[in-house]
Design a protein around this ligand. Structure first.
Ligand code: ADP
Length: 190
């Protein structure tokens, strides 16, 4: 079983790459951002709660996010492995994920960071906001707040996974195909 965490700032290309990798390695792709957006479009209670945070570019509270993620993993008992995209984003989430997987005799195989400069990411997000309709991508202040959330809450996970010898970095600048090739090489070498 391969279980991957795709790690990186907003706009780093996690979702784009996950959609290639899931096909290539036969994995289930779980994006917490997509799950929240589905809840928002279905106007569920969870969606209403998540929206109030997402609209500001803030993280949704840990327990809500952890419960949603665990539920999604439980719904795929036959999976050959998972790509976690946008989760974990805090140390509490990372610890919860390790505990949850251990109970199922599973573990994280590797955490792969897609690296790109802030200015490139902001350009990508503003561009995506023009067509995606995502309000959190249309306002530079909200984007900067997401980076701030990343820097304070998510960046410490580098150390968390480095301590477990699971942290890998990949250059996230280039064409989509180039980056997929870099990721494929890395995953094949695990
Ligand atoms: P991006 O990586 O481009 O910010 P996502 O779709 O992954 O886009 O996330 C969008 C928003 O969803 C985040 O800004 C946050 O509000 C919420 N979210 C997604 N994943 C998590 C998580 N693991 N913990 C808390 N909030 C999350």
């Amino acid at each position: 079983m391969i279980n991957l965490v795709l790690f990186g700032k907003p706009g780093a290309g996690k979702g784009t790459q996950a959609s290639f990798l899931k096909a290539q390695f036969n994995l289930i792709h779980i994006s917490t951002g997509d799950l929240f957006r589905n809840h928002i479009s279905n106007q569920t209670d969870l969606g209403k709660l998540a929206k109030s945070y997402m609209d500001q570019g803030d993280l949704v509270p840990d327990q809500v996010t952890i419960d949603m993620l665990e539920n999604e993993v439980d719904q795929n008992p036959q999976a050959k492995g998972f790509i976690f995209d946008g989760f974990p984003r805090t140390e509490a989430q990372a610890e919860a994920l390790d505990l949850f997987l251990a109970k199922k005799e599973m573990n994280i195989s590797a955490t792969i960071a897609l690296e790109a400069d802030d200015e490139i990411l902001i350009e990508r997000l503003l561009e995506r906001g023009k067509s995606s309709g995502r309000t959190d991508d249309q306002d530079e202040d909200k984007i900067r707040n997401r980076f701030e959330e990343y820097n304070t809450k998510t960046a410490p996970l580098r150390a968390y996974y480095t301590n477990q010898n699971k942290f890998h970095s990949v250059n996230g600048i280039g064409t989509i195909e180039e980056i997929t090739t870099r990721l494929t090489h890395l995953i094949n070498s695990l």
